[in-house]
Design a binder for this molecule. Structure first.
Ligand SMILES: [Zn+2]
Length: 231
């Protein structure tokens, strides 16, 4: 039987924290801690349901994170999680060049339905190259380059993202056993290497628009994403 008391954000206290620590040895004892700081937690009602939103700061870089979560966070309960990398064009403007916005909203619906889960929103636009470089890459894509070729032609890395602090944030929230909503094997491996226990990969495929079909094919063929691609 677990020593872990049910963990709820609303009842967060030193006492809860110490019982958490007592249980850490049973699961996820290798997660690195102390490199992020939780700054604030608030409620966030949305079109897809009522969530809580937490703000985190990296203590080693200038990176900031937000986490949208719902329900009780319990180390022993396999919980839906997603690391969502910021995509201004897709998440905010509804770009049909990629599937990011639809994946984000689909994930929120899945968590709402399950009543429990967390999305770490990582502000690493354009796989880490930043919004300005991403638009430069889009300009090259207008001339026929794919997402990988465009980055290479600009002298930019294809993927600069680092997920260790995302794993630490999930751990800090009170999670250990996770069901990861992702098609990206790099994210899965990174979470596992960071010490989280992945009990399931939950695939996510939203209906691709005509515009996004080429982008998704490149993600599958050049970046190893686990996609079926019906189109
Ligand atoms: Zn996108």
């Amino acid at each position: 039987m677990s020593l872990l008391a049910p963990y709820s954000y609303n009842s967060f206290s030193m006492e809860v924290h110490s019982s958490q620590e007592a249980a850490v040895g049973a699961c996820c004892d290798s997660v690195e801690t102390g490199t992020v700081e939780r700054v604030a937690v608030a409620s966030l009602p949305t079109e897809w349901g009522d969530f809580q939103i937490a703000a985190y700061r990296s203590l080693t870089t200038k990176e900031e994170f937000v986490v949208l979560f719902k329900g009780e966070m319990n180390r022993d309960v396999p919980t839906l999680v997603r690391i969502h990398s910021q995509c201004l064009t897709g998440d905010v403007f509804g770009s049909t060049k990629c599937d990011c916005g639809r994946q984000l909203h689909r994930t929120m619906q899945m968590i709402q339905q399950e009543g429990r889960g967390a999305i770490v929103y990582q502000q690493q636009e354009g796989r880490g190259i930043g919004i300005v470089n991403k638009i430069r890459a889009y300009a090259l894509q207008d001339q026929g380059a794919d997402t990988v070729e465009a980055n290479v032609r600009l002298g930019l890395a294809v993927d600069l993202r680092d997920y260790r602090q995302c794993a630490e944030i999930l751990f800090d929230l009170g999670l250990c056993r996770v069901k990861v909503i992702s098609n990206n094997p790099l994210k899965l491996r990174a979470l596992e290497e960071a010490g989280l226990k992945i009990v399931e990969r939950v695939s996510i495929e939203v209906d691709a628009t005509e515009d996004a079909a080429g982008y998704l094919r490149t993600k599958k063929e050049k970046l190893g994403h686990l996609l079926e691609l019906k189109r």
